[in-house]
Design a protein around this ligand. Sequence first.
Ligand code: SF4
Length: 317
Amino acid sequence: MTDSNDAALKADKAAYEGNKLTKRLRHHVGDAINDFNMIEDGDRVMVCLSGGKDSYALLDILLGLQKSAPISFSIVAVNLDQKQPGFPADVLPAYLESIGVEYRVVEEDTYSIVKRVIPEGKTTCSLCSRLRRGVLYRVAEELGATKIALGHHRDDILQTLFLNMFYGGKLKAMPPKLVSDNGKHVVIRPLAYCREKDLERYAELRQFPIIPCNLCGSQPNLQRQVVKEMLNDWDRRFPGRIETMFRALQNVVPSHLADTQLFGFVDLVAGEVPAAGGDTAFDKEEFHDPQPVDEDGQARKRISILDSRPKESACGG
Ligand code: SF4
């Protein structure tokens, strides 16, 4: 085989893989939006853009869905320039101009506040994110946004689950949809079904102009790093485990946990119909290898954002 044939084959394969990846991510985002009713007709979605791979992918995929969705919603991208030293302030506006999306860059020097308030060597992230959240909520109100979209993905959600278990003594992850702590906004995470490694490959494929995330000089969260490595190690050794764990978050059986607030253990009496999920009490539980997971296959509900918009008839009806 000649070198040029070889190069053409490689290019074809790369194009095929890129296409498959794009479709997979689009379906994962569409399914999450449908399952949690994240975006409705008439919504104005504020997409928070940090300059990292995840938020670029989020914006890109939502813009793609917006073009064909059977519902109509608007998108406004928002970047908060926190005045970290070396922040390349021109990168995001140039990108957003180039794709023609409505956007707002908000300048707020939260960096100086964090540096002033937190003693040297202490972790700065919690105050920093609190300040950022406050600014973003204010901007959402100014822009009339009905939804605030964040770029957290499935790996973030699972990492948070384990962090809460290991360090917080709570069975709690990161919700795909929630009401903001000031009660005024609905926050959504449309990448909830997307894997980080897919988002990394997508960012390369689409050549997003990534802004490094360590400009603030903060130390990485070591606990999160350890949990991330643990999950990556499981993923290598036991393919499918990550998918199964995420499905577990969607199949909770309160009667088989031990939270007396969540399930009425205290008032339980004989003679009632067994709780859903059934209890075999004296039998040994049997576990099977997880079913192979179809990366694209999630059940859809209601009107799907992945459906095509109906074509208008010639008479405009
Ligand atoms: S890494 Fe830096 S910018 Fe990010 S939350 Fe922590 S302090 Fe803030």
